[in-house]
Write a protein that binds this ligand. Structure first.
Ligand code: PGA
Length: 257
């Protein structure tokens, strides 16, 4: 049986206006409906979520980019999982490297994941090493991220979780970024599955997405050779034509497999 590939656009702090956000979303939605063999979402800034969620459909869901670790109360500037759930936002990115760079630790991210799961939201947990130089230390780095971010999460909750492997050195906004290869991803996916199986004592299936400078030229390699369960797409998701090409590639792969 085919499992649909999951393609999520991470708009980060873009675009500049609500009008542009609505136009981009509707251009993607118009095309996404043609590709049934793929699940597609857009992670948009909080301020656009109410309007975009009115436009969401079976072929295009809306996701948050972050969530508070707390339930309610004196936390200026934060948005809780209850608030998002009350607006029917079911998905959120958690632990993106750009938030880790602002000081989010694995422990803090662990609280956010628990917060999301409390209201049955589906977190996309981002992991990934900052650099790749000599040696295999990056495997241990990602292992620690997964063990600490998922500490105390019961096995039954894993069905709601997706992991996105985003090596920071391959993200388009990283200075002097380099392209990761499908082999880089494949190695890490196998390793992540081993880390999870060791943690939970039995083989567990958590979808693993690839993210980092994905475009319409390299998407197929990560999905086919790399075996990615989907893609987290930053810059290329801001151009509907490019993002739709990536969606169509993922659709064709599932259709032909
Ligand atoms: P990018 O961003 O595709 O622009 O590299 C990916 C991400 O940071 O989620």
């Amino acid at each position: 049986m085919n499992t649909k590939k999951l393609i999520i656009g991470n708009w980060k702090m873009n675009p500049k206006t609500l009008a542009l956000a609505k136009a981009q979303f509707s251009a993607i939605k118009k095309e996404a409906g043609k590709y049934k063999m793929v699940s597609v979402g857009i992670s948009a800034p909080y301020i656009f979520l109410p309007e975009l969620s009115k436009m969401a459909s079976a072929s295009l869901f809306v996701s948050a980019q972050n969530i508070s670790s707390e339930k309610e109360g004196a936390h200026t500037g934060e948005v809780s999982s209850d608030m998002l759930s009350s607006m029917k936002i079911r998905n959120t990115i958690i632990g993106h490297s750009e938030r880790r760079a602002l000081g989010e630790t694995n422990d803090f991210i662990n609280k956010k994941i628990k917060s999301a799961l409390r209201t049955k939201m589906n977190p996309v947990l981002c992991v990934g090493e900052l650099e790749r130089d000599s040696g295999m230390w990056y495997l241990g780095f990602v292992k620690t991220q997964i063990e600490e971010c998922l500490a105390g999460i019961p096995k039954a909750s894993l069905k709601n979780i997706v992991i996105a492997y985003e090596p920071v050195w391959a993200i388009s906004s990283t200075e002097n970024h380099r392209e990761a290869t499908p082999a880089d991803f494949q190695e890490m996916k196998i390793y992540i599955q081993k880390v999870l199986s060791d943690m939970y004592g039995t083989p567990v299936h958590v979808p693993v997405l690839y993210g980092g400078s994905v475009d319409e030229k390299n998407a197929k390699g990560f999905l086919v050779e790399g075996g990615a369960d989907g893609l987290l797409v930053g810059r290329s998701s801001l151009t509907p034509k490019k993002f739709v090409s990536i969606i169509s590639i993922a659709h064709a792969i599932n259709q032909n497999s």
